[in-house]
Design a protein around this ligand. Structure first.
Ligand code: SF4
Length: 302
């Protein structure tokens, strides 16, 4: 693809989708440029440690089950705003020069390729910094806009590119998210360019499995994802997210979570029956040297 065609394909307005249709109070999303003093945050998962970065605060994909609102504590309507940390790359550059090498997860509380990225290219700049410092990268998105950065992804020494696909992949539950078909096409393109891909099947909402999983798993097999990880919807500790979900969906968390354990097992078995790896082993990065110390959890969202 020529750079001219690339610019047209990923033009800001073509990726700027309608505001959260399931939120009657929402209006066109507001975008604010901000500056951050830190970006890199350490997460301790017991035996492993990972960094997480969020170069955006807020996410205009506006998924109505999203747990991020419970982490960032913002009064604005979820899906209706995004703060762009315009100095994210330079802050990260400074932080990585002193950081122990661990996987950097991009991103934990926002989509790194939500529509504003087409205009501001903050994630692209961040990837350049990660490549410069040769840090391993675990990336998760719902947007094919990531294809714009194939060159940078290929420059990383270790990268795993994941797409999220929930059990409710519809405009009602995920107002600003590109279609599953577009995500599958992007997975195929990434794989064709030699990039290891995976799918986070999350959240699974037990009584709301609206996606044809048999079809989906066959497609994931066809596009050669390295792994499918599965995650049930959880609202424990995410009270404001639970309230948002109930208000926007008109359903209670309790009713949609019924039979969670058995539905989870059923879906896991179905994925395995299609020959998909649900262990997630391919997503583990092994450092050449043991870390000298174990960083502790500071904060999850910026
Ligand atoms: S794409 Fe991710 S961060 Fe954005 S609204 Fe959906 S679940 Fe939340």
């Amino acid at each position: 693809m020529t750079s001219q065609a690339s610019q047209e394909l990923f033009a800001f307005d073509s990726y700027w989708e309608a505001p959260a249709a399931s939120d009657p109070d929402s209006s066109r999303p507001t975008v604010r440029q901000t500056r951050c003093s830190s970006l890199l945050h350490s997460m301790n998962f017991g035996s492993t440690t990972e960094y997480t970065i969020n170069q955006y605060r807020g996410c205009t994909h506006g998924c109505i089950y999203c747990y991020a609102p419970s982490l960032i504590h913002d009064e604005r309507s979820w899906g209706g705003f995004v703060d762009v940390k315009i100095n994210a790359a330079s802050v990260l550059d400074r932080e990585l020069s002193q950081a122990k090498k661990q996987v950097v997860f991009v991103s934990s509380a926002s989509d790194p390729y939500q529509p504003v990225e087409a205009r501001f290219k903050v994630t692209r700049k961040v990837l350049k910094v990660l490549s410069k410092h040769r840090f391993p990268v675990l990336l998760l998105t719902r947007s094919p806009l990531i294809l714009r950065d194939l060159d940078l992804l290929q420059s990383l020494e270790w990268v795993r590119v994941g797409f999220s696909i929930s059990s409710v992949s519809t405009k009602f539950y995920e107002p600003g998210v590109p279609s599953v078909e577009k995500r599958l096409e992007a997975l195929a393109r990434l794989r064709d360019r030699g990039i290891t891909t995976w799918v986070s099947m999350a959240p699974i909402i037990p009584s709301l499995v609206l996606t044809d999983l048999d079809w989906l798993f066959q497609r994931l097999k066809d596009v050669h994802v390295s792994a499918v990880t599965l995650g049930l919807l959880r609202f424990n500790g995410y009270e404001s997210s639970k309230q948002m979900f109930e208000r926007r969906s008109g359903k209670t968390a309790e009713e949609v979570m019924e039979n969670g354990r058995s539905v989870y097992q059923e879906i896991t078995d179905m994925a395995k029956s299609h020959g998909l790896d649900t262990s997630g082993d391919s997503l583990s990065w092994s450092p050449a040297e043991e870390p000298e110390s174990t960083p502790s959890l500071d904060i999850f969202a910026n």
